[in-house]
Design a binder for this molecule. Structure first.
Ligand code: PHE
Length: 342
């Protein structure tokens, strides 16, 4: 019986040598220390031994069991360590590899131009005033000194809705009336940015929808020189050139009197004449004028006491000039090859 125990032990140890992973170790444990293993069976056979033999065999069987259990634990620790270092080797990271670049979004070029315009006017004390894109005919035309059937309405090809008198604004100027009616009788200094809509043939130079930034100042002593000074300063800041040349050309808008368009010296050729300025040396960038007395009255301000100036510009056009973009349709086409350049 003792010999048999030695053999059981030797066999178990030999088998343990060959175990090379944790699964095999578990199988070994079941085979050599499990309930129906030879060692455990030898405990069951103990009853058939003589009184003298039983304690000796029992003691030895226990010793074998304790020894095998100890070897099992040693082996288990070894295998775990080996598995750990294997996985560390396998999953090793090369921290010197270049990272994967994150794809970053960016602002639409028009948004960038708008923000630049807001920043410049904010420094001059103008606040942003938002007004609606769906307008009434009255705000878009009548209150701007264009009563029904006024021929000047033809300057703006209009999107009408199925509701009588409800249209999409053709310019941001109706916001002037909203601002005046809200601010009255306080002085006003606002810019009114937003989307405008015109029922027009889409070409390289005109889109059905586009943004505008309107400006409005109303107060008790506002003069044409305030208008010129503000817009000249704006142009210098926009084109980042304190010496940029500007000129005002007489023009006509029903809601301003007098009216003027502002040109800036062509920054491509410096005024000499090139294809961007069509050989004139000048680039038109906005329309402006002194708020017409009729418009002031519609806004609730007495033109005997108050005066004001207004202007309107197209950020698409400005962006096209700044970046020499030759087709306005790029802005709405959402082609990443275009957008990613900004
Ligand atoms: N609303 C005019 C346009 O769309 C621009 C403008 C605004 C002109 C304010 C004068 C004063 O063409």
């Amino acid at each position: 019986m003792l010999e048999q125990l030695e053999q059981i032990k030797a066999e178990a140890q030999a088998a343990l040598e060959k175990v090379s992973d944790l699964d095999a170790l578990e199988a070994w444990r079941v085979a050599h220390l499990g309930r129906s293993s030879p060692l455990m069976n030898s405990f069951k056979q103990m009853g058939g031994l003589s009184k003298e033999e039983r304690p000796k065999v029992g003691q030895r069987a226990n010793e074998v069991k304790v020894a095998l259990e100890a070897e099992l634990e040693t082996k288990r620790a070894m295998l775990k360590q080996a598995a750990l270092s294997a996985s560390l080797d396998e999953e090793q990271l090369d921290v010197t590899l270049p990272g994967r670049a994150l794809v970053r979004g960016r602002l639409h070029p028009i948004t960038q131009t708008l923000r630049r315009i807001y920043a410049i006017f904010a420094e001059m004390g103008f606040q942003v005033y938002r007004s609606r894109e769906v307008e009434s005919d009255d705000y878009n035309f009548t209150f701007l000194n264009m009563p029904p059937h006024h021929p000047a309405r033809d300057m703006w090809d209009t999107f009408y809705t199925s509701t009588e008198g409800v249209i999409l604004r053709t310019h941001t100027s109706p916001g002037q009336i909203h601002a005046m009616r809200e601010f009255h009788p306080d002085p006003i200094r606002v810019i009114l940015p937003g989307m405008c809509y015109r029922y027009e043939q889409v070409t390289t130079r005109s889109e059905m929808q586009f943004t505008q930034v309107e400006g409005l100042a109303v107060g008790k002593h506002i003069t044409l020189s305030d208008l010129k000074g503000t817009l000249t300063d704006f142009a210098r800041r926009l084109f980042d050139d304190p010496n940029v040349g500007t000129r005002f050309r007489a023009s006509h808008f029903p809601f301003t009197e007098p009216s003027a368009e502002m040109d800036v010296e062509c920054f491509v050729c410096g005024g000499k004449g090139c294809s961007v300025c069509k050989q004139t040396g000048w680039l038109e960038i906005l329309g402006s004028g002194m708020v017409h007395p009729t418009v002031l009255r519609y806004g609730g301000y007495d033109p005997e006491e108050y005066s004001g100036y207004a202007f309107g510009m197209g950020p698409e056009r400005i962006t096209m000039l700044l970046h020499r973009i030759d087709d306005i349709r790029y802005f709405w086409r959402n082609d990443l090859r275009f957008l990613e350049q900004f």
